[in-house]
Design a protein around this ligand. Structure first.
Ligand SMILES: *[C@@H]1O[C@H](CO)[C@@H](O)[C@H](O)[C@H]1NC(C)=O
Ligand SMILES: *[C@@H]1O[C@H](CO)[C@@H](O)[C@H](O)[C@H]1NC(C)=O
Ligand SMILES: *[C@@H]1O[C@H](CO)[C@@H](O)[C@H](O)[C@H]1NC(C)=O
Ligand SMILES: *[C@@H]1O[C@H](CO)[C@@H](O)[C@H](O)[C@H]1NC(C)=O
Ligand SMILES: *[C@@H]1O[C@H](CO)[C@@H](O)[C@H](O)[C@H]1NC(C)=O
Ligand SMILES: *[C@@H]1O[C@H](CO)[C@@H](O)[C@H](O)[C@H]1NC(C)=O
Ligand SMILES: *[C@@H]1O[C@H](CO)[C@@H](O)[C@H](O)[C@H]1NC(C)=O
Ligand SMILES: *[C@@H]1O[C@H](CO)[C@@H](O)[C@H](O)[C@H]1NC(C)=O
Ligand SMILES: *[C@@H]1O[C@H](CO)[C@@H](O)[C@H](O)[C@H]1NC(C)=O
Ligand SMILES: *[C@@H]1O[C@H](CO)[C@@H](O)[C@H](O)[C@H]1NC(C)=O
Ligand SMILES: *[C@@H]1O[C@H](CO)[C@@H](O)[C@H](O)[C@H]1NC(C)=O
Ligand SMILES: *[C@@H]1O[C@H](CO)[C@@H](O)[C@H](O)[C@H]1NC(C)=O
Length: 693
């Protein structure tokens, strides 16, 4: 008998990709999910004899070893195993053999090398068959990331487009995002992110062996998506000045960010903010097979000192002060990933919070999570990882102070328990709508249970962080306010128009006092960081018993135009001093709307057939706008980016821009357009297009 020699391997790419839900990846390499069998056909120089052994080796990482479970050696057996690697011969046909290879549901994910060694007939050299990529398997009940609902799997693993909710509690808007986890070389970039982590660089063998655990992979990635500590993917910048990089608000998707990172030789991409970090993390996790979604939280607290209370300071003129590490962001975005918590117990399985935005160090580096969503809701802030920080984001109490710059004296003005953590939102499964998940994070504000959980969390934190909930006195705010105030919006809030507000003050007492108010307006970025004062005023007035008075305010376009950041946000504050009474701070955040960009898809979309699209922009200003450019992009709809230069627009003039796209793949796709000119840097619109075959 001649020695058995391998002539060819057929990876059965199509059949395996379809069975493993990996057919969307653009790759010529086999991509399969763990805990599920895949088929290969081996062709030899002659037929395989009964009893002739074939020994397979599958190995991953630079130092594969049996002990670390990064190497598996297995012979052909008669039945498949679900706890170890195995190979079962399905059929044979003269010289070719159909073999079904299974991996265990807890195998490390990553790129594997597969080799085979015929163990008879003389020459017994091991022959490398090639490589394949093994991913997490949300379809397999034995996998930590198993997600039973098929429509949820479609959304959280396979959906390439999404929306992220941004804005403020008064106005939540949505932004289209191209996750693009299946595009071109994204899978390879995601794998190289793992190989550039601090833990891999320190000890590659151990790091690779731990890639069987979604908790570990999620935590490593939450550190790698930000560039702090480890030259990760994105550099954060909240300064309002983004020169030398891309404005975080200009990104449309993760693909261009990940490619930029790779093309620059793995140098951090400038710049990211929370929704960019979150969305890139979602891409990477979905790409590796961990079900993931992005969560937006409004009035999100950043509690640097971890005592579940956030302090906000104003000077006596009503200017917001950057003091202490605490802040409340207009919104914050993080991720939830779906997996089990073998470390905490089954009641903490399910959604786990991962936050890639560099805010605070955890175990010395900027990473956050995974924290169990159940643990956050129940106040179990002593459980791994970073639960106190995330608990505070949705639940902290808020204390407002005035600060006298000369005497350096801080005075508590008011304390309130409900405003932090509102409208916690994510995209609906299968629809472009907002779903409110606030109740997943906390019991209803104002309920007794919510306060009980808050107190439980403070007590547990006292044990962990060494302060006692009873001895650390919360500031006493002894007096009741004598007036109430609020800002009402009068008219529309659009860039280019004056901002009209009404300060409404109401006298709650029957005592004789007058009120003096210092008012300011500052442009801010979404984290609440003040950028520039654009307006101020003060007045003094007397209100009769129970009287309500209205004070109209106008901030003109000329006043705010120069200093508005791309977040389009202004914070208006009135510091009201009541003669020998307690001060009252009234504040309001406003977000100005960009002018409308209207996009219409004028015909049905079919693969390889032109589709007509029309975009209309109207100049809302009383002045000409120049340097107008319209750009369009969309995976599988357009090759690269389409750029159309437009003539200047006269005051109030509309312009209609027609163009054509030719889809190259069927399915649900997203078309993004972006209009920019000298006065409006980034006006965006998106449209979902169903492309038929
Ligand atoms: C056996 O041969 C047929 C016909 O050539 C082929 O279609 C089939 O794939 C082969 N089966 C295996 C296991 O190689
Ligand atoms: C290999 O065997 C599997 C399992 O019996 C079968 O589903 C598949 O069609 C076979 N492939 C080929 C090419 O014969
Ligand atoms: C493995 O298979 C056994 C027997 O078929 C089954 O009882 C067990 O649940 C399986 N385990 C996993 C992790 O799928
Ligand atoms: C923005 O930052 C760059 C680089 O640090 C600096 O040169 C420029 O003056 C800044 N622009 C503004 C408006 O602060
Ligand atoms: C943000 O970018 C600006 C403009 O390049 C730069 O001046 C500033 O130092 C950056 N801030 C941080 C925190 O990196
Ligand atoms: C959060 O998860 C989403 C996916 O759900 C991901 O896109 C994003 O990058 C993650 N963000 C952070 C900050 O972890
Ligand atoms: C308003 O500001 C001025 C100086 O900026 C200060 O002297 C005055 O006390 C402030 N008034 C109130 C009501 O805080
Ligand atoms: C939280 O800590 C800060 C800083 O240490 C302190 O000023 C504040 O009073 C504390 N708040 C509570 C409620 O303990
Ligand atoms: C509230 O009403 C009382 C009674 O009319 C009046 O004396 C007092 O000045 C008012 N307070 C304010 C802050 O205007
Ligand atoms: C306004 O936004 C800041 C953060 O930007 C936040 O601290 C504050 O609570 C918000 N105020 C209101 C009234 O929403
Ligand atoms: C704010 O606007 C003024 C003009 O109103 C301008 O001189 C200044 O550079 C602007 N500052 C920033 C930070 O944009
Ligand atoms: C986002 O998409 C728009 C529209 O195609 C494009 O003009 C813009 O350059 C893209 N942003 C980035 C950062 O590439």
């Amino acid at each position: 008998l001649t020695a058995l020699t391998l002539i060819n391997i057929n990876w059965q790419l199509e059949a395996n990709a379809s069975a493993h839900h990996t057919d969307k990846y653009s790759s010529t390499e086999l991509i399969v999910r763990r805990g599920q069998a895949f088929t290969v056909i081996l062709t030899f120089n002659r037929a395989l004899q009964t009893g002739e052994r074939l020994t397979f080796t599958a190995e991953t990482g630079p130092k594969p070893s049996l002990q670390a479970k990064t190497q598996a050696v297995f012979d052909i057996s008669s039945t498949a195993s679900n706890s170890t690697w195995s190979a079962v011969q399905q059929s044979t046909n003269s010289s070719s053999v159909n073999i079904s290879i299974s991996s265990p549901a807890n195998a490390a994910i990553g790129r594997y090398k597969l080799s085979v060694q015929p163990a008879s007939g003389g020459s017994a050299s091991r022959r490398t068959l090639g490589t394949f990529v093994l991913l997490f398997n949300p379809w397999s009940s034995g996998d930590d990331v198993f997600m039973p609902d098929s429509t949820e799997r479609m959304e959280y693993v396979l959906e390439e487009f999404g929306i992220v909710f941004v804005g403020n509690v008064y106005r939540i808007s949505k932004m289209g995002w191209n996750y693009g986890q299946f595009q071109g070389d994204i899978l390879n970039i995601c794998l190289s992110i793992l190989d550039r982590s601090l833990s891999y660089r320190k000890d590659p063998a151990t790091d690779v062996s731990r890639r069987n655990d979604p908790k570990y992979v999620g935590r490593v990635l939450s550190a790698m998506v930000n560039s702090n500590d480890d030259n990760g993917v994105l550099l954060g910048n909240w300064s309002g000045n983004y020169s030398g990089g891309t404005n975080p608000g200009s990104w449309n998707g993760s693909v261009e960010i990940l490619r930029k990172w790779k093309d620059a030789g793995f140098k951090p991409v400038k710049y990211g903010q929370c929704w960019v970090f979150a969305s890139v993390l979602t891409t990477v996790l979905r790409c590796l097979g961990i079900p993931t979604r992005t969560i937006s939280n409004f009035n999100s607290a950043h509690d640097a000192d971890r005592n579940l209370s956030v302090d906000v300071y104003y000077d006596e003129s009503g200017n917001p002060l950057n003091m202490g590490g605490d802040s409340i962001w207009n919104f914050h975005v993080w991720n939830e990933s779906w997996f089990t918590r073998s470390d905490l117990g089954p009641s903490y399985n399910g959604w786990q919070i991962l936050d890639a935005t560099p805010q605070e160090r955890s175990a010395g580096i900027f990473q956050c999570g995974p924290a169990s969503l159940v643990a956050i809701k129940e106040g179990d802030v002593d459980l791994d990882y970073d639960s106190p920080f995330i608990f505070a984001e949705v639940n902290a109490d808020r204390i407002t102070w005035t600060y006298d710059i000369r005497t350096r004296e801080a005075k508590p003005i008011s304390s309130e328990t409900k405003s932090v953590g509102q409208f916690t939102s994510t995209k609906a499964v299968g629809r472009y709508d907002r779903v409110d998940v606030t109740n997943n994070y906390k019991y209803t504000e104002g309920s007794q249970k919510e306060r009980e959980v808050y107190e439980k969390a403070r007590t547990k934190l006292g044990r962990v962080h060494g302060f006692s909930a009873t001895s650390e006195k919360r500031p006493e705010i002894d007096q009741k306010p004598e007036i109430s105030g609020k800002f009402k919006v009068d008219g529309s809030l659009e860039i280019g128009k004056d901002v009209s507000l009404i300060l409404v003050l109401r006298n709650l007492t029957s005592d004789a006092k007058t009120v003096k108010a210092n008012m300011t307006a500052w442009t801010i970025v979404y984290t609440g960081k003040p950028i520039h004062e654009v307006w101020k005023d003060s007045f003094s007035s007397t209100l009769a018993s129970e009287e309500e008075k209205q004070f109209p305010i106008k901030i003109t376009y000329a006043e705010y135009q120069q200093n508005l950041t791309r977040d389009n946000m202004i914070r208006v504050t009135a510091l009201c001093q009541i003669e020998s009474g307690i001060d009252v701070v009234v504040e309001r955040n406003i977000t100005l709307d960009n002018p409308d960009l209207v996009m219409q898809v004028l015909s049905d979309a079919k693969v390889n057939e032109p589709v007509n699209v029309e975009v209309i922009f109207t100049n809302p200003l009383d002045q000409e706008v120049k340097d107008c450019v319209l750009q369009a992009e969309g995976s599988d709809l357009l090759k690269g980016k389409l750029t159309i230069e437009m003539p200047s627009l006269q005051p109030r003039q509309s312009s209609k821009v027609p163009f054509e796209i030719v889809p190259i793949k069927s399915g649900t796709k997203q078309l993004l357009v972006n209009f920019s000119c000298d006065k409006f840097p980034d006006v965006k619109a998106f449209e979902t297009i169903n492309v038929a075959n």
